[in-house]
Design a protein around this ligand. Structure first.
Ligand SMILES: [Zn+2]
Length: 206
């Protein structure tokens, strides 16, 4: 028999990606054994994040402030917007240090199967941002999954119709690959060798 509060902690941790009930149980035990060094600081860190976390109303990044540090940084190139599915992808690109422009987090991909349409993602906001003065290029850094590529086609067409220059990541991203799982070298190479889209569908040769 475990105390109900401990059971509750285990159940909550077990909801995290990569953790099942078994590993959650082990994690909780490790935390309790290192109460002073780990459990208390972790509880404080979680409370701090819960209090301070914001979603950037411009780009969708998660940060302690809105606009986020990336949007507020005047040294970053506002003429290039890199579109990603998820904040995890933004963080992956930031880790590479290869991109110095601005981001736009879609919050997912279009999916006919799951009934996710453009209005469910921040696509309308992207179209509006991309059409603003001073935006010269939009880079679609979407995963090589079916839904990722469908989303890239859709956005690419919309932006091309609006006369905005669009590019996609170079090949080298494995099919079915999600950005977050790529090593930094592969990701920055795919970004640097990005290719112009325009009329042409991503995935077509040339
Ligand atoms: Zn932002």
């Amino acid at each position: 028999m475990t105390a109900p509060e401990i059971e509750r902690l285990i159940n909550l941790l077990a909801k995290l990606p990569g953790l099942g009930p078994r590993s959650a149980r082990r994690a909780v035990l490790a935390l309790i054994r290192r109460r002073e060094a780990l459990l208390a600081p972790l509880a404080k860190a979680m409370a701090d994040v819960a209090d301070s976390v914001r979603t950037c109303s411009t780009c969708g990044n998660i940060d302690g402030r809105d606009p986020c540090a990336l949007c507020a940084d005047a040294r970053r190139d506002a003429s290039v917007i890199c579109v990603v599915e998820d904040v995890a992808d933004l963080w992956a690109l930031e880790r590479t240090g290869a991109f110095k422009g601005r981001y736009h987090v879609l919050g997912g991909t279009l999916s006919a199967l799951d009934g996710i349409g453009p209005e469910d993602l921040s696509i309308p906001a992207l179209i509006e941002r991309a059409g603003a003065d001073g935006v010269a290029e939009v880079i679609l850094a979407l995963g090589a999954t079916v839904d990722g590529q469908t989303t890239a086609h859709y956005i690419g067409d919309k932006l091309t119709d609006a006369g905005i220059a669009v590019s996609g990541l170079a090949h080298g991203i494995p099919v079915g690959g999600e950005l977050d799982y790529l090593d930094d070298g592969t990701l920055s190479a795919a970004l640097k060798a990005r290719r112009k889209l325009g009329g042409q569908r991503p995935g077509e040769s040339g």
